[in-house]
Write a protein that binds this ligand. Structure first.
Ligand SMILES: Nc1ncnc2c1ncn2[C@@H]1O[C@H](COP(=O)(O)OP(=O)(O)OP(=O)(O)O)[C@@H](O)[C@H]1O
Ligand SMILES: [Mg+2]
Length: 395
C-alpha cells in the first residue's frame, strides 16, 4: 500500500475529491499546470499535430520552434501538446525539460534521467557531462517507440544543447520542440546553430479581449471554489489588454493575488482588483492626477463634473468596477440640477473623450458603454471636486 493510501483511507480520499470537484488552486500556483482544454490555440495545435503526424507516419524526425512574447502561453502550449495530444494520438515517449536557469550539465542529466524513466531502464550514476550525454544518446537511440522532446526556455546559455539534441533527433528519428521567447528567438535565429536545427516554427500570438476573457473565466472556474463575479473577470481582462498586451500570464498573476481573499470568502472589491493588477498599471499611476486634471479642465467645468460623478459612483459601490454611460448621464444630470447648471448631453460625451484621451477614464474592450478607472476613485473624486469648487469661486 502506498504511503498516501495509508494516511488517507480510500473513502476519505474520494470524499475530498468530490468536495473539491476539480477546483484547485493548482491552476494558479503550479507553473506547469495544463488546463483540460487549451482555449484559442486550435490553429497552432492543428499545425503542430499535423507536422508531427507526418513525421510519425513516415518515420522521420522533425524539429520545431515555438515562440512568442513572454507570458503568452508557450509553456502551456508545448505541455498541452506533450501531455494531452501526444499520448492521445501517437504511441510515443515524451520528455519535457525546463531548461531555464539550468546549466548544460543539469539539462543533460535531466534528459538522461527522464528518458530512462520513460523506458523503465535503471540508470548508472554519472556526473561527467560527456558520460551523461553518451548514456542519454544510447538510451534515446535504442527506444522502441519514437520520442518527442521539449526543451523549454532556450536562450544563449543553453542554445548548444538544444541544437545538439535537435541534430540527434534527426539521426534517431525523434522530434525536438524548442520553446523560446521572442527576444531569444530574434537573437538565436540570426545565428547558424539554431537556424539549421529546426524545420518549422509555430509563432504564438497574443489574445484579443474576448479570447483573454474566456481564458481568465476558465481559470477562475478551474480554481476558485466560489468563483468570481463577471465584473472582476472583465476588469482584470481589460487591464491586461490595455496595459500588458493581452498576456494570460499577467491575468493569472492577478488571480493569484486575489486568491487569499476569495478563498476566505471575502467579497472582492474594485480596490482589491486594482491592487492585484497594480504592477502592470504602475506606469500609469506615476501620473500626477491633480496636475493632469487641473490642466485638462482649465475652465472646463463640465469635465470636472463628469469625472466627479463617475468617481463618486465607483467610490460608493465598491464591488462595481464599471459604470455605464447611461447611469453616468443620469448622475451628471442630477448634479447639474443641484448646481443650477445647464445640462447638455453632448458635453458629457465631449468631456469623456477628453478624459479617455488623457488616460484617466478607460472604455472597456468588452463594451464601449462600460467605463472604468485604474486610479483609486477617491483620488479622482477629491481632485475634481476641489478643482471644480475653485473654478466656481474664481468665476
Ligand atoms: N490558451 C490558453 N488557455 C488557457 N490558459 C492559458 C492559455 N495560454 C496561456 N495560458 C495560461 O497563462 C499562463 C502563462 O502561460 P505560460 O507559463 O505558458 O507562459 P510562457 O509563454 O511560457 O511564459 P514565459 O515566457 O514566462 O515562459 C499559464 O497559467 C497558462 O496556463
Ligand atoms: Mg514558459
Amino acid at each position: 500500500m502506498s504511503l498516501r493510501g495509508f494516511i488517507y483511507p480510500n473513502q476519505d480520499e474520494s470524499l475530498i475529491g468530490m468536495v473539491r470537484q476539480n477546483r484547485s488552486p493548482k491552476g494558479l500556483f503550479d507553473p506547469y499546470y495544463v488546463p483540460e482544454k487549451l482555449l484559442h490555440r486550435d490553429r497552432e495545435l492543428d499545425a503542430i499535430r499535423g507536422i508531427y503526424r507526418d513525421s510519425y507516419e513516415e518515420d522521420y524526425g522533425v524539429n520545431c520552434l515555438v515562440h512568442g512574447i513572454t507570458g503568452v502561453g508557450m509553456t502551456v502550449f508545448s505541455r498541452y501538446f506533450l501531455t494531452k495530444l501526444t499520448p492521445h494520438h501517437f504511441d510515443a515517449h515524451t520528455v519535457y525539460v525546463d531548461a531555464r536557469k539550468k546549466d548544460v550539465l543539469e539539462i543533460v542529466a535531466e534528459l538522461n534521467d527522464k528518458i530512462h524513466r520513460e523506458t523503465n531502464t535503471p540508470i548508472t550514476v554519472a556526473f561527467d557531462l560527456d558520460v551523461l550525454w553518451m548514456q542519454f544518446k544510447r538510451m534515446a537511440a535504442s527506444t522502441s517507440k519514437k520520442t518527442v522532446f521539449v526543451v523549454d526556455g532556450i536562450d544563449e546559455t543553453n542554445e548548444e544543447i538544444y541544437s545538439k539534441l535537435a541534430h540527434l533527433s534527426k539521426e534517431i528519428r525523434a522530434s525536438t520542440i524548442g520553446v523560446l521567447n521572442s527576444h531569444d528567438y530574434r537573437l538565436l535565429t540570426k545565428g547558424y546553430a539554431t537556424k539549421v536545427a529546426y524545420d518549422f516554427e509555430i509563432p504564438l500570438d497574443t489574445y484579443t479581449q474576448s479570447q483573454l476573457y474566456e481564458i481568465v473565466r476558465q481559470r477562475v472556474e478551474d480554481t476558485f471554489p466560489l468563483g468570481l463575479t463577471e465584473e472582476v473577470v472583465r476588469y482584470i481582462t481589460d487591464c491586461v489588454i490595455e496595459f500588458d498586451a493581452g498576456k494570460p500570464r499577467t491575468s493569472v498573476e492577478a488571480l493569484k493575488a486575489l486568491w487569499p481573499m476569495a478563498s476566505s470568502g471575502q467579497e472582492i472589491t474594485s480596490d482589491a482588483v486594482r491592487a492585484a493588477t497594480s504592477n502592470i498599471t504602475a506606469a500609469a499611476h506615476d501620473m500626477d492626477y491633480m496636475d493632469t486634471i487641473d490642466t485638462i479642465s482649465t475652465n472646463d467645468f463640465m469635465t470636472l463634473l463628469v469625472l466627479e460623478s463617475l468617481s463618486q459612483h465607483l467610490m460608493t459601490y465598491k464591488t462595481e468596477t464599471y459604470i455605464d454611460r447611461k447611469t453616468l448621464n443620469e448622475l451628471v444630470l442630477i448634479k447639474c440640477e443641484e448646481l443650477g447648471v445647464k445640462f447638455i448631453p453632448e458635453d458629457i460625451e465631449k468631456s469623456l473623450q477628453t478624459l479617455i484621451f488623457q488616460s484617466i477614464v478607460f472604455e472597456s474592450g468588452y463594451s464601449r458603454n462600460l467605463l472604468y478607472l485604474i486610479a483609486p476613485p477617491e483620488i479622482l473624486y477629491d481632485s475634481s471636486l476641489s478643482l471644480r469648487r475653485e473654478l466656481a469661486r474664481r468665476k
